[in-house]
Structures are given as C-alpha cells and as structure tokens.
Design a protein around this ligand. Structure first.
Ligand code: HEC
Length: 254
C-alpha cells in the first residue's frame, strides 16, 4: 500500500513538473483579453466576424449552429443566412442542427499553408483567451515567410494575416542591449500601413472574436456558474437547518 501511495505521488509530481516546464517555454508576454461571455452583444459580433473571416479555414466541428442561435438570441433564419455557408448533398444550406464543419480539405490546406488550420472549438481552453487575443494582434511583416507574415505569439505560423486590411501592417524592430549571453533584446511594433480600423476598434474586434471562442469552448459556462452559486446558497441554508435538526435529535441522548 505504502509503495502504491509513493508511486502515485511520484507520478503526480512528475506530471506537475512537466506541465510547468511546458508552460515555461511560453516566453512572450500576453495581453489581457478581458473577455466577458455574459456580454451577448460582443458574442454576436464575435460570431459574425468568425463566420466572415475565420470559418472558411477553421471549423467549429464540436458545436452546432442552433446551439449558438439559442445562446446568442439569434433566429434560425439569421443563422441560415449569415453563418451557414456549407451545402448538404441536395445543394441546400446545411440544417441548423448540423455541426459547424467547413468544406476545407485537411490534405489540400496542409499543402497550401504547411499545416492544416486546426478546429477552433476548444482553442480558448487549450491556449487561453489571452493567448488568442494576443495572437490576433501579433502578426508582423516577414518576407522570409511563405505568407509574408510572421507572429510573435506563434513563431513561424502558417496562417496568413487575414485581418490585415482592418488592422493594417506592422513591422517588428528589435534592438540588442548588452553582450553575449547577457544580451537583452527589446522589440517593438511599428505600423507601416494603416488599416481601415483604428487600433481601438481592432482591439475590440479581436476581443469579440476571442470572447466568442471562449464561449464556444464551453457554451454552458454562464448557466454552470449560476448553478454553482445556487448550490452554494442551498448548502449554506441547509447547513443551518442540519445544525438545528442535529440539536433536536441529540437533545434526549445527552
Ligand atoms: C486562409 C486560411 C485561414 C484563415 C481564414 C484563418 N486561419 Fe487561423 N490558421 C490557419 C492555419 C493554416 C493555421 C495553422 C498554422 C500552423 O500550425 O502553422 C492557423 C492557426 C490558427 C490559430 C492557432 C492554432 C493553434 O495551433 O493553436 C488560431 C488561434 C487561429 N488560426 C485563429 C484564427 C482566427 C480567429 C481567424 C479569423 C479571424 C483565422 N484563424 C482565420 C489558417 C487560417
């Protein structure tokens, strides 16, 4: 038994150590996305942007159109008109109850971009909302890359900067201070071409898309938190009742 406990503890600490090691490899400072998945207007804008700019490459294959319609107060007609671009075998728009797949073939896209665009249903849970938000802001011009851009949060990413017309284009300029192993590199982004949005508008857009992905990763979050509070309230009220019940039962025993 002792041996078993020791080996379980050893396995646990080894897992902890490796996860910390993985987390530590992430050296870029991330910006705070400040997402709020109870903000429906932001989620509605997020899903619209996602449908227009991301869905062509990234499916949300673990989510259904009608679930999003219900949660975001959209009608089925709005969903069919604005979100569903894929057609079923009869050439009709996909049923709103369908999973949000897209028509991109993983084999071809891997050839085009070097890596297939992954499904993003669980992206906010895998990477965190702050990561996605920072990533959407971190594209910079790099002529050595096949798409002409690179990304400070995801170096050598295969994705083109699909929002460049809105954000504009930026260059990364780095200066080195110090010598050898002690050299510290400071980098900053310089805008070289203005986009159609102001930086504040673009931040808001990146936040809305991130917010939508944070919601889609766990659509029941809002209700889950509500249940949690209700359960805690019930338990604390019940504790009082249980206390008096206990007093009543033990009254005659003492
Ligand atoms: C033209 C196709 C294309 C479009 C459109 C596109 N992406 Fe991508 N995206 C890619 C590819 C390809 C990769 C994988 C890159 C790699 O692994 O090198 C990627 C990777 C990503 C990743 C990182 C995934 C990971 O590995 O964790 C995120 C996040 C992401 N995209 C978000 C978005 C968002 C948000 C949009 C819409 C604003 C979008 N993408 C639009 C092609 C696209």
């Amino acid at each position: 038994m002792k041996k078993l406990i020791v080996s379980v503890m050893f396995a646990l600490s080894a897992t902890l150590l490796t996860t910390t090691a993985i987390a530590n490899t992430d050296t870029v400072a991330l910006e705070h996305a400040n997402v709020d998945i109870s903000n429906k207007a932001s989620l509605q804008r997020g899903v619209k942007y996602y449908a227009n700019y991301c869905m062509g490459c990234h499916s949300l294959a673990y989510s259904r159109y009608n679930r999003i319609a219900t949660d975001l107060d959209l009608t089925n007609e709005q969903v069919v008109k604005n979100l569903i671009f894929t057609r079923n075998a009869d050439g009709e728009p996909e049923n709103p109850g369908a999973l949000m797949k897209n028509a991109m073939s993983p084999k071809h896209s891997a050839e085009w971009f070097g890596a297939p665009p992954p499904d993003l249903t669980l992206e906010a849970r895998v990477r965190s909302p702050d990561w996605i938000y920072s990533y959407l802001k971190a594209f910079y011009l790099d002529p050595t890359r096949p798409m002409g851009v690179n990304n400070t949060v995801f170096p050598n990413v295969g994705m083109p900067h699909v929002l460049w017309e809105l954000q504009g284009l930026q260059e990364k300029h780095c200066t080195k201070e110090g010598e050898g192993a002690h050299a510290v590199e400071h980098c900053e982004m310089k805008v070289v071409k203005q986009g159609s949005m102001t930086p504040m508008e673009y931040d808001q857009m990146a936040r809305d898309i991130t917010n939508f992905l944070a919601y889609v990763g766990e659509p029941a979050q809002n209700t889950r938190k509500g249940y949690g509070i209700a359960v805690l309230l019930f338990l604390s009220l019940f504790a009082v009742v249980a206390y008096f019940l206990k007093k009543e039962y033990w009254k005659d025993v003492h």
